[in-house]
Design a protein around this ligand. Structure first.
Ligand code: SF4
Length: 228
């Protein structure tokens, strides 16, 4: 079956997937996920390492000078909007929630800059709550693998994935799909030649790079194709 083939292959590629954002507590993770919109984990990590080294608490963040925040947050884009979000999120958590990010979707959705995808990532990463956040990688991979239609929006894709895969693997699957999209099934020049999901992929012909060298698993001294 298609879904078990996908699950098995992702387990081979990413047996123990991890979120690539760095954080040390709940509010740092939430802010990092908010900053990640239209940016990359790498950029966000370099910005948050400066941000949280300069401002050590929610109190310091909520009272930060907006211009100073904008200078720090600039590299992740939309820096004016995101700087406002950071200050306001810090204020809300500090003043309304006793310094703890609420574990309640209805409350989180009222935070500025926080949408369904951010909530899914936060709850699944920090509290291990089963959830599938559909970002650009998950959307692209799902459509290529025929798990969703081309015109499906992110909410429809999320619901389809939740229907097709077991609840106990949602959080892991989300991370695996993100990593697969980021490192293999890339938007431009995906690694189709070595992909073991070619037989079910809707875009393999379009994306196949026949000139790319075949990757070799140096540990086993055999082609990745033989791994499957
Ligand atoms: S064959 Fe290519 S486009 Fe299709 S899933 Fe694999 S890497 Fe992605």
């Amino acid at each position: 079956m298609k879904t078990s083939k996908i699950e098995e292959y992702l387990n081979v590629l990413f047996p123990n997937p991890k979120c690539e954002l760095t954080y040390s507590n709940d509010y740092e993770l939430l802010i990092a996920v908010v900053l990640r919109a239209q940016s990359t984990d790498k950029r966000v990590n370099s910005v948050t390492s400066i941000l949280f080294n300069k401002y050590h608490s929610l109190f310091e963040l909520k009272n930060a000078n907006l211009n100073d925040l904008e200078l720090i947050i600039h590299p992740v884009g939309s820096f004016r909007k995101k700087s406002y979000y950071v200050k306001e999120i810090a204020r809300l958590i500090d003043e309304d929630y006793n310094g703890k990010v609420p574990v309640d979707r209805d409350k989180l959705i009222l935070f500025p800059g926080v949408g369904r995808k951010t909530i899914n990532v936060f709850l699944s990463e920090f509290y291990n709550e089963p959830a599938i956040a559909v970002d650009t990688h998950v959307e692209r991979v799902s459509k290529r693998l025929g798990l969703a239609y081309k015109n499906d929006d992110v909410l429809v894709i999320e619901k389809k994935l939740m229907r097709k895969f077991r609840k106990d693997i949602w959080s892991k699957l989300h991370l695996q799909l993100v990593l697969f999209g980021r490192y293999y099934c890339k938007a431009i020049k995906p690694e189709c030649r070595d992909c073991q999901l070619c037989s079910i992929c809707k875009e393999k012909k379009k994306n196949f790079n026949w000139n790319a060298p075949i990757k070799v698993d140096t540990n086993k001294k055999e082609g990745v194709r033989k791994m499957w």
